[in-house]
Design a protein around this ligand. Structure first.
Ligand code: GRF
Length: 201
């Protein structure tokens, strides 16, 4: 049975594009909705250009009332009835209630080798720490931020002249490989983690 995938984003949607592009042929999943908390998110326009169903739920009118924002978002999500929800550059912290509703079905990609560098500014923090390697992690979403079971990781070397931007670009390239790889396995019922190691030196 083809799994229905909803993708939540806040920005340009490069990860969303790679996920959508991967769901073809014998892939066990298909995209059914791309939604964002920002009506101006570039990823929404890119998804609409591909003919995908989209939804924009502006979080700003709801102020600090996260539950109200999530209730509005859930009306679109529930209508799409996804089997899997992929957070792909979705920058809103979700309440425990929302996460519990989708627990076991919701994935996120985080630009660090979790459990290192939960939260923001991960590339700058890795450079600051003098790490020799960095990377990205796909994990199941649980109520604790950036903390759920790891489903995949990709590692990249940190180069001596790296800036946060050059390092982020190298990691993003791996995100685009890792997330589709993990989604396909997840849709097939696999929960054992995938580890990618680029020997880019
Ligand atoms: C990626 O760096 C991802 O790790 C982080 O947000 C960014 C999403 O970029 N969560 P995009 O919107 O998929 O291009």
């Amino acid at each position: 049975m083809t799994k229905r995938v909803a993708i939540l984003l806040s920005g340009g949607g490069s990860n969303m594009l790679k996920l959508v592009e991967s769901m073809t042929g014998d892939h066990p999943a298909r995209p059914v909705l791309v939604a964002s908390n920002d009506p101006g998110a570039g990823g929404l326009a890119r998804a609409a250009a591909l003919g995908l169903a989209t939804a924009a739920v502006d979080h700003r009118p709801h102020g600090k009332d996260r539950a109200a924002f999530e209730a509005a978002l859930s009306r679109h999500l529930d209508a799409a009835a996804p089997d899997i929800v992929c957070l792909a550059g979705f920058m809103r912290v979700l309440t425990e209630g929302f996460v519990r509703k989708w627990e076991g079905k919701m994935l996120n990609i985080h630009p660090s080798l979790l459990p290192k560098y939960k939260g923001l500014h991960t590339h700058a923090r890795a450079l600051e720490a003098g790490d020799a390697e960095h990377g990205c992690t796909v994990h199941e979403v649980t109520p604790a931020l950036d903390d759920g079971p790891i489903l995949g990781q990709a590692r990249v070397p940190v180069l001596k002249d790296d800036t946060p931007d050059t390092l982020a670009a190298r990691v993003l390239t791996q995100e685009h490989i890792l997330y589709p790889r993990v989604l396909r396995r997840f849709a097939q019922g696999h929960r054992d983690p995938v580890f990618l190691d680029t020997s880019v030196r």
